[in-house]
Design a protein around this ligand. Sequence first.
Ligand code: GLU
Length: 436
Amino acid sequence: MKSMIIDYLSDVLEDYRPDDSGEQASYIPELAHADPDHLAVCLATIDGKVYAVGDPEVEFTIQSISKPFVYALALEDRGFDTILEQVSVEPSGEGFNELSLDDLGRPFNPMINAGAITTHSLIGGDDWTEGQRLQRIINGLSDFAGRRLQIDERVCGSELDHAHRNLAIAHMLRNYDVFTQNPPTVVEGYTRQCSLLVTARDLAIMAATLANKGINPLTGKQIVSARVVRQVLSVMTTCGMYNSAGDWVTQVGIPAKSGVAGGLLGALPGQVGLATFSPKLDNHGNSVRGVRIYERISRDMGLNLMEIPPTVQSVIRNTTVLNEGMGEDEVCVYALQGSLRFAGAEKIVREFSNQDIYEPKVAFDLTDVHALDRVARRMILEVARRLIQDGKKVYLIDPDDVIPAPNADHHADPHLKLKTKIEVVRSRSELRKEES
Ligand code: GLU
């Protein structure tokens, strides 16, 4: 069977191809020479399948889309405290190249140039040279893309010839001691970072790496930690689309970053990475066809982050008693279902808080639980622990190991003093007794 996803993406691409509104960025003269007809849409899953239509292999400069990735590397290199002390995370409500600082003397966020130039300066350690910083950035972004990225020297030179605004920003930052390096050197490094060549396919993989908690789905390499990814995606959500973040969140609802060369990257946590490329920009500086395509895909595929996921009506699918009438061998089995997070686990806690259980043994059947996060795991194990303290014997029926090592936390805490351990079995039949 031919996948309908490619057919769908091709249809979307052709629907928006005729739209030639917008203007190419011209403040970097070389960008005005790009072919305005180029158009690509790519979707990468978090297990590395890429669906690409249009011109997914055409290279263009990454520009501002480098900012969230360099922010991620800076967080890894310096830790959250240092970075947050230097760069805030508030939407600025101003142009991306504004000369402004907040009340504490920090750039408003890492997605505007003042913040991005500062995060660039923070890569590595205090004693790093600009060359080392740039190498770290090229290596890091290449890791996100899963292939070696190169700098477009022509675009870089063209931007550097006209970098007066970014130089002004860097001098302002230096004046207020936001960084201490030589401003032109930092601007040159930052401009080189923005001149890395990517394709729409690369951007989709970079986005999928964010969507996949920092693990590149092609190479399997963990590039940055899950905590760093959460921070980066949050800032992309509030500040990633220049001054149209509000429209973007309501219409599309995917953490995203756009760049003046026409790229637009979106990362939907736990689901997919997306990328579009089309050089003509709207008056906010976002790719016109890119924004429209994202709006359409998000609507058609229900990708808005605020979309409420289908909820399993009942987390406790049913309750049965095994070995009924067999005294000490009676087991009350609670069959749980779905993917459990806080709200699902709360239902289980509530069920047990509201009733007395008469059987001496209790089993949680996890056969139909597909996944549970660390909070749900902790809450279910806490229910188990309290049942044990009430004198029950507790079993997990867990054929797929969705709760590995259930007793590990109890061993770690000597105060818990459990009378018995939680027993793990693979199926209900292991709990069934033959009537004699
Ligand atoms: N290199 C560009 C600049 O700093 C990037 C801008 C952008 O893509 O928004 O002006």
